[in-house]
Design a protein around this ligand. Structure first.
Ligand code: GFB
Length: 397
């Protein structure tokens, strides 16, 4: 009887479905009675760094809004950066968010926790997700001509993802779900298993923003402050090479010149090297006191050299951030990308690449810094054909 009572108490304390009398271990074990429930997510592997930053915001807002409504026992696990398609350095190591962002600032908006922290809290070496929902799109988003928020559990299936490269993470139950709607609608899936403490969503890019462009959106965006080491490096560079020590610099124009796979897959949206030079020259003619140009790019060195040659011949001073191999090793491709973004965000005038999420994040940074939007929402146009204006997503304070 004593054993039975103890186990019932243990089960109540741990939220367990059931316990095993001989080993005294509980199924669905949680370390303490008041420990948090965890939401994990992953993103379609080919998606890049800056779309992933947006997916994070959708989940952070989902958790933070639920917290305001009394659901205070959920934490969002920050998915380690792992094996990103565009990153060439150290792809196979799980990089924590603190390498790129200020964790305290992220936590000021939503209850988020690093994956390594989840492991170090537990006495176990393995982590078992209770239910993993593999999200997929409905074939027709506008069935009968209307976009309706909906989901449909298709049943058990297999997960073809990588659990961020961890071999010691498994899922007890994997369910495929067709999903269409905002992130907050995921709570309906969560409530299907009220006893679960670890829920994961694969293809976290499928749910949509609950509040795109609102004050909540911008509060979340503002909380995504960069790691202070990256900020220091960028500011030192701006001071030394671009002669500016303030937040809004008058001394240089910046350009995000996206090339590589982007130029290949969206050839109609990007200009040639000569076309790029012409457009930078045109913008600089309106800024008679600015002769310095900062280029952030993923272009090859030979493309960059050609661009530099053509711009220099017009009397401009061209700058780009060339990290040492030690710096690349320390901060990774993501850290170098952020340094480029910070430098672009402080320039008197910015020209970006159409529909690049890398450009979008720079534009948001400039909105936070208080630049006039006419200096921010500018794009490089193709050499010929239409050049659609950029949408202006201005800050709401
Ligand atoms: O961030 P991202 O996904 O934006 O760009 P898009 C992909 C990666 O390219 C970044 C590198 O994580 C960087 O590693 N990169 C791009 C840069 N521009 C720069 C730059 O100026 N400086 C530095 N240092 N790195 C989309 C992808 O990229 O492009 C999609 O997300 C797809 O998956 C599409 O590939 C064609 O939105 O530009």
């Amino acid at each position: 009887i004593t054993i039975l009572v103890n186990l019932v108490i243990a089960a109540a304390g741990t939220n367990s479905e059931y316990c095993d009398a001989s080993t005294k271990s509980c199924e669905n074990e949680i370390e303490t009675a008041d420990s948090k429930k965890l939401i994990f997510y992953d993103v379609n592997p080919p998606e890049g760094f800056n779309l992933r930053r947006d997916v994070y915001m959708r989940f952070a807002i989902m958790i933070s809004e639920a917290q305001k409504r009394g659901k205070s026992n959920w934490e969002l696990v920050l998915p380690p950066w792992y094996n990103l398609y565009h990153w060439k350095t150290d792809r196979r190591t799980q990089t924590p968010w603190s390498q790129f962002f200020d964790l305290k600032a992220l936590q000021s908006f939503a209850p988020v926790v690093e994956m390594h922290e989840v492991f170090s809290r537990s006495k176990k070496k393995t982590l078992e997700i209770d239910t993993l929902y593999v999200l997929e799109n409905f074939e027709d988003a506008f069935e009968n001509g209307v976009f309706e928020e909906k989901w449909e559990v298709l049943g058990e299936c297999s997960y073809d993802g990588q659990f961020w490269g961890y071999k010691n993470i498994t899922a007890k139950e994997v369910l495929c779900v067709k999903f269409q709607g905002k992130n907050s609608k995921l709570w309906e899936l969560v409530s299907l298993h009220p006893h679960n403490t670890k829920i994961m969503f694969a293809h976290g890019e499928i749910p949509l923003h609950d509040t795109y462009g609102t004050k909540t959106y911008w509060d979340c965006r503002k909380s995504m402050k960069f790691n202070s080491n990256l900020v220091k490096i960028a500011k030192k560079y701006i001071s030394k090479y671009l002669n500016c020590d303030s937040d809004q610099c008058k001394t240089y124009l910046s350009v995000h010149w996206r090339r590589q796979d982007f130029a290949r897959s969206r050839g109609n949206d990007v200009p040639s090297i000569t076309g790029t030079v012409k457009q930078i020259h045109k913008a600089l003619k309106k800024l008679p006191n600015t002769k310095k140009v900062f280029i952030a790019t993923d272009a090859s060195m030979s493309e960059l050299n050609n661009l530099e040659k053509e711009l220099s011949s017009l009397g401009y001073e061209i700058h780009f951030f060339l990290p040492s191999s030690k710096m690349i090793e320390e901060f990774g491709d993501g850290g170098i990308a952020i340094i480029d973004q910070i430098i672009c965000s402080h320039a008197v005038h910015f020209i970006g690449t159409h529909e690049s999420t890398f450009t979008f994040r720079i534009q948001e940074e400039r909105e936070i810094l208080g630049f006039d939007s006419s200096t921010t929402f500018n794009r490089l146009c193709p050499d010929t054909g239409r050049c659609e204006r950029m949408s202006k997503w201005t800050i709401v304070n």
